[in-house]
Design a protein around this ligand. Structure first.
Ligand code: ZN
Length: 373
């Protein structure tokens, strides 16, 4: 089965289609994060209406609550959460290694840590990561990797690269859900030589797709984008490329420009819950008094449920009064804004006009907001 069609390239940017057991995903694609089997405050039919084509679920959280056995008994994650479209699950590696205080030890066999739910010592291995995702029944399963934070000594990065390959090799041939694709994750931080080593070792294992991991973990942005340029070209051209953990408008444009096909982030929904909207005028903090009498929609160009029916003044009022509807409307808007942005990038790639679209889009996003007084 050919599960990825690369249809157009424009410079390094790519447009294609990821074919999964639950449907096709046009790429580039943004994946909203449904950490615990729910994109916070947004129902599946609403996600569909926003144009969402694929969701991300977290193996770590679903393993501890409610447990993959429970999800499997209820028909798998699609059925459990009532989303019949494609789902990618991460392996839990990112959560384990980003919650540094809970780490107890890593060895060649696996990693031991304290669960954030009850503090009990738990262990993840490639075998368990494969089993959890098999039972969840996701369309794309990720390999368990070691993701160190920015700035660790080179020896620690090198160890992470070595174990990530070791684990990927073990996880590759384990049982999987029907039609489930399996992606490996390259590591190496900002170190070009280690990134090359990780990419070459994993490419040789012939996975269905590849993620660039270990970036967007606290480093500065210019070196991160430089490392992305380097990391993307090391990956097989005919397979999907996934950048883990980016979801701000500028960042999304920059990784698409570097040949990335898929990305995920909690940013649109987390930003919404802090009372902020992503717009073509930059990020608006709706708590600000300047919106008290603002009769405009959040974004003039947006067709989301918030922008078609409500004013900034009303949403500001809801946010300041901690009305749930305010956070919901901002979540719907921020997701739609990012989905539309990525769709526009895709169209620009298909027209061979990505470079000028990118310049214009970044310029618009950076323009200082002009507010009526
Ligand atoms: Zn909107």
């Amino acid at each position: 089965m050919n599960w990825f069609t690369l249809s157009t390239t424009d410079g390094d940017a790519r447009a294609g289609v990821l074919h999964t057991a639950h449907g096709d995903v046009p790429t580039p694609a943004f994946m909203p994060v449904g950490t615990k089997g729910s994109v916070k405050a947004v129902a599946p039919d609403e996600l569909r209406a926003l144009g969402v084509t694929i969701l991300l679920g977290n193996a770590y959280h679903l393993h501890f609550r409610p447990g993959e056995e429970v999800v499997a008994e209820l028909g798998g994650l699609h059925s459990f959460m009532s989303w019949d479209g494609p789902i990618l699950t991460d392996s839990g590696g990112f959560q384990v290694f980003s919650l540094r205080d809970t780490l107890l030890g890593t060895d060649d066999d696996g990693v031991t840590f304290r669960s954030v739910y009850d503090g009990r010592a738990e262990r993840f291995t490639p075998e368990l990561a494969a089993r959890i995702q098999e039972l969840l029944g996701s369309d794309v399963a990720m390999c368990l990797d070691i993701c160190p934070p920015a700035g660790v000594p080179r020896a620690e990065l090198e160890q992470a690269v070595r174990r990530t390959t070791l684990w990927a090799r073990r996880q590759r041939d384990l049982p999987r859900a029907p039609g489930q694709l399996r992606f490996a994750i390259t590591q190496g931080g900002l170190d070009p030589e280690l990134r090359r080593r990780s990419s070459e070792e994993l490419a040789a294992l012939d996975f269905d797709g590849y993620a660039v991991g270990g970036l967007s973990v606290g480093e500065h942005r210019p070196p991160m984008f430089e490392a992305t340029t380097h990391a993307a070209v090391l990956l097989p051209e005919d397979k999907p490329r996934y950048f883990m953990g980016i979801g701000d408008p500028e960042g999304v444009i920059e990784v698409i420009a570097r040949g990335i096909d898929m990305f995920d982030c909690v940013l649109p929904t987390r930003t919404a819950r802090t009372g902020s909207a992503l717009t073509w005028e930059g990020r608006l903090n709706l708590r600000n008094a300047r919106f008290a009498r603002d009769a405009r929609p959040l974004d003039e160009d947006c067709a989301c449920p918030a922008c078609t029916s409500f004013t900034r003044a009303y949403i500001r009022h809801l946010v300041n009064q901690q009305e749930i509807l305010g956070l919901r409307l901002l979540s719907l808007h921020n997701l739609r804004f990012l989905i539309d942005l990525v769709a526009a990038a895709r169209h620009a790639i298909e027209r061979g006009a990505f470079a000028s679209w990118r310049t214009d889009a970044l310029d618009r996003l950076a323009r200082p907001t002009v507010e009526l007084t």
